[in-house]
Design a protein around this ligand. Structure first.
Ligand code: CUA
Length: 333
């Protein structure tokens, strides 16, 4: 191959390899279900590759023979029928049947068996974020799911509006969240880590930005996190944070966002994520941006500049009020 030909291959290779740099990787399984799915993926890949090579080789042989041959010395057509029977019927039948059997076996291995996991988590999909309930532990959070490592966890999932799909490629396959039915998926992480999850069913304008995190921790760390989440929100400790809490009510934040310990008496629908321990979470806007002061301020002032189409309206606040509100939200650890 000439050097000129190789040059244009380089950008092509880079484009292809850039797909491998993603934060999520189906082929880097970190849980038993994902391992089963990855094995099936590799089986299909190698079978597909073998068939592709076979077809290309046959095509090349045919092309080479065709060009050397004259019409007068064509070989007898005895083998053609056999070729069609083997290549066109028997081989596809064997390959597709083997793939079907492998798929069914994998599907059975990864299917959730209700009641086998000790820990149950409820996840409700919204346009465009995730409510996360821990019914056994008695608290609610959003967009960040903590699980103990090495233990199967039963996820009971449903949607509050349209169909979404929960997918953590390194831990499990996809499962749809339906508006009127509960679905179950058992997720287990075999290694501690932060695993990125996403919505895998088109659900509206911000479908592509509907992320969440699954954080797998050793049992004791997870229990410490649970104990923290079970507590009510921190009381305002300064005059500014007290003012921030007042703004939270006055500006209408409380209409959509619950804060345990302060909004029990308020009329709060689950319209937006629970903010009880907002400051303990890593991201804002359902995995959209890092949870740091500048981002939080921008999110409050104009969430649509970050994620157009979210239900949260922009808050029209005086600079002092805004600062106080952000101070208060940042105290919710
Ligand atoms: Cu929710 Cu796509």
């Amino acid at each position: 191959m000439g050097s000129r030909a190789r040059w244009w291959l380089l950008p092509l290779a880079l484009i292809i390899l850039s797909g491998c740099a993603a934060e999520t990787n189906l082929l880097r399984p970190r849980g038993p279900a994902a391992a089963e799915i990855a094995t099936l993926w590799w089986f299909m890949f190698w079978v597909g590759l073998a068939i592709y090579i076979l077809v290309i080789v046959l095509a090349l042989i045919a092309a080479a023979r065709g060009s050397q041959r004259r019409a007068s010395d064509l070989p007898p057509r005895l083998n053609e029928r056999m070729f069609v029977i083997v290549g066109g019927i028997a081989m596809p039948l064997v390959v597709l049947l083997a793939t079907l059997i492998f798929t069914v076996i994998t599907g059975r291995a990864v299917v959730a068996r209700e009641g086998t996991a000790e820990l149950q988590i409820e996840v409700i999909g919204y346009q465009f974020w995730w409510e996360v309930n821990y019914p056994q532990q008695g608290f609610t959070t959003a967009n960040e799911i903590h699980v103990p490592v090495g233990e199967p966890v039963e996820f009971k999932i449903r949607s509050a509006d349209v169909i979404h799909s929960l997918w953590v490629p390194e831990l499990h396959g996809k499962l749809d969240l339906m508006p009127h039915a509960d679905h179950y998926i058992t997720i287990e992480a075999s290694e501690p880590g932060v695993y990125r999850g996403l919505c895998a069913e088109f659900c509206g304008v911000q479908h592509a930005h509907m992320y969440f995190l699954v954080i797998a921790q050793p049992r004791d760390e997870w229990e410490a996190w649970v104990a923290r989440q079970q507590q009510a929100a921190a009381e305002p400790a300064t005059a500014t944070t007290q003012r921030g809490l007042d703004i939270y009510f006055r500006a209408g934040c409380a209409n959509c966002h619950a804060i345990r310990g302060v909004t029990e008496s308020a009329i709060t629908g689950a319209v937006g994520p629970d903010l009880t321990h907002l400051a303990s979470r890593r991201t804002l806007g359902s995995g959209m941006i890092e949870n740091v002061r500048g981002n939080l301020t921008q999110w409050v002032v104009n969430p649509h500049s970050i994620k157009s189409g979210v239900k949260m309206p922009a808050a029209l606040l005086e600079p002092d009020d805004l600062e106080a509100l952000i101070d208060y939200l940042e105290s919710l650890e």
